[in-house]
Design a protein around this ligand. Structure first.
Ligand code: BGP
Length: 485
């Protein structure tokens, strides 16, 4: 690969989220948030979908987010390791319930604000720019109890207050922001994505799209405040991306793949183009959905579109209209995909498709013509520590190398990509399964699924490899051998 493909100031780094790393779940005044109610084990999936029996942690269950990897107390050690790898940026999220423990407190919680001041200072002192998501699977539980979370318009105002508070406080420290992480997750795991809990017999789709409207307005208002308070900042949206392929060239399959893509693009169409897409009207009619909008909403959406498109890419997806073919789904991917015979799968059943990354990036750029920021990509895998204390994660290096190569191809295709933050540069709690053994990191964390372990950090083989990638600006020297991609 040529060594001049990635722009000079390309933002290499990693991405983590408060809810999966911080722990300290009730420390310094923090209120409960979504993941504090998600145990490991079989119940987790139902809870994430909004079938949750109680808005308090249950006796006898293990909640991995409560301690997570204790980033709250160990962030200095972790940042030193990120700096050693040469990170230019670290994507983090702010826990809303550290700043406003109930979500509607009169004044923000100073201890929570101070934590992020210290975190951002530490990053900046280490030469790492923070990239901050306002809401990564995060709503204060009190707002879920009081208002039913994003089903209520009330959340729009409360979110605006929260956003303005953090923009004002961190305006000199943070220049890259994002509004809602994987905003389209609201359709697939509505409790995880948006704090939605359903009662028997409710029309879930109606509630989801009304909540989506509220989030879209809140997102536009956050863009507005960000531009007013920090004129030199950039603020983006964030999509769980991954193009749908038709299983065959049967036009029925091709049409279905287009519809499946639109399910996700719907959100970004609003956030980036500033209005509901043409196809939404028919979709709402066909599904008997009535979205309540306030008179000023259309103007808010139109006037405050995002500066860039942030997205995660793990897998492409495949769909079909043939009932026989549909039986062969892959497990593990919340988006539901038919097993694609041309590509491999991870240990969790997630499709591994580097070329799909190039395809997805091209499609997003064609559609929105705004800079893209790859804010998640990576392989969740089981790592073994050898008797010498080493972790030889060649499979992870292979995955990342192939994906970074395709990202380079996309850039050569003309796609403007401003940065790449791989997911979980240090092992963290898995969002979908709550497991620790599903590891993404360059840095191993000694902790297991049950919460045992010393939390010691160990560099994996991929640590040295990724350091080389950044040092060579994507020339991607393979660790040890000096052979190029
Ligand atoms: C995305 C989320 C992340 C992250 C990642 C990997 O959906 O934005 O929070 O966890 O996927 O998923 P998992 O942790 O389930 O392997």
């Amino acid at each position: 690969m040529r060594n001049d493909i990635f722009p000079e100031h390309f933002l290499w780094g990693g991405a983590i989220a408060a809810n999966q790393v911080e722990g300290a779940y009730l420390e310094d005044g923090k209120g409960l948030t979504i993941v504090d109610l998600l145990p490991t084990g079989e119940k987790r999936r139902g809870f994430m979908k909004g079938n949750i029996p109680s808005l308090a942690p249950l006796e006898g269950e293990f909640y991995p987010a409560h301690e997570a990897i204790d980033f709250y107390h160990r962030y200095k050690e972790d940042i030193a390791l990120f700096a050693e790898m040469g990170f230019k940026v670290l994507r983090v999220s702010i826990a809303w319930s550290r700043i406003f423990p109930t979500g509607e407190d009169q004044a923000p919680n100073e201890a929570g604000l101070k934590f992020y001041d210290d975190l951002f200072d530490e990053l900046i002192q280490n030469g790492i720019q923070p990239v901050v998501t306002l809401a990564h699977f995060d709503v204060p539980v009190y707002l879920i109890e009081q208002y039913g979370s994003w089903r209520s318009r009330k959340l729009v105002d409360l979110f605006e207050t929260y956003a303005k508070t953090v923009f004002t406080r961190y305006k000199d420290k943070v220049k890259y922001w994002m509004t809602f992480n994987e905003i389209n997750m609201l359709l697939h795991l509505p409790f995880l994505g948006a704090g939605l809990v359903f009662k028997e017999g409710e029309n879930q789709k109606q509630i989801q799209y009304q909540a989506a409207h509220h989030q879209l307005v809140a997102s536009a208002l956050a863009v507005k405040s960000c531009h007013e308070i920090i004129p030199d900042a950039k603020i983006g949206c964030m999509l769980a991306a991954g193009t749908f392929y038709p299983y065959t060239c049967n036009p029925e399959d091709v049409y279905k793949a287009m519809e499946k893509d639109r399910e996700s693009y719907f959100f970004i169409d609003v956030q980036s183009r500033g209005e509901y897409p043409a196809y939404a009207k028919r979709f709402f009619e066909d599904n008997n959905l009535e979205i309540k909008m306030e008179p000023g909403d259309a103007k808010i959406l139109k006037s405050h579109t995002v500066d860039y498109i942030g997205f995660s890419y793990y897998s492409s997806r495949t769909t079909s209209t043939d009932p026989e073919v549909i039986k062969n789904m892959t497990s593990g991917n919340v988006f539901g995909s038919i097993a694609n015979p041309y590509v491999s799968k991870s240990e969790w059943g997630w499709t591994i498709d580097p070329k799909g990354f190039r395809i997805t990036a091209n499609q997003l750029y064609d559609r929105y013509q705004k800079p893209l920021f790859v804010v998640e990509n990576g392989l969740g895998a089981i790592d073994e520590v050898t008797v010498d204390g080493e972790i030889n994660d060649d499979y992870r290096i292979d995955y990342l190398k192939r994906h970074i190569t395709e990202m380079g191809q996309a850039i050569q295709d003309g796609v403007k990509i401003i940065g790449y933050t791989s997911w979980g540069p240090i092992d963290i709690v898995s969002a979908s399964s709550g497991e620790m053994k599903k590891r993404y990191g360059y840095i191993y964390v000694d902790r297991d699924n049950e919460g045992n372990g010393s939390l010691t950090r160990i560099k994996k083989k991929s640590f040295h490899w990724y350091k080389n990638v950044i040092e060579s600006n994507g020339q991607t020297v393979e660790s040890g051998s000096l052979s190029r991609l």
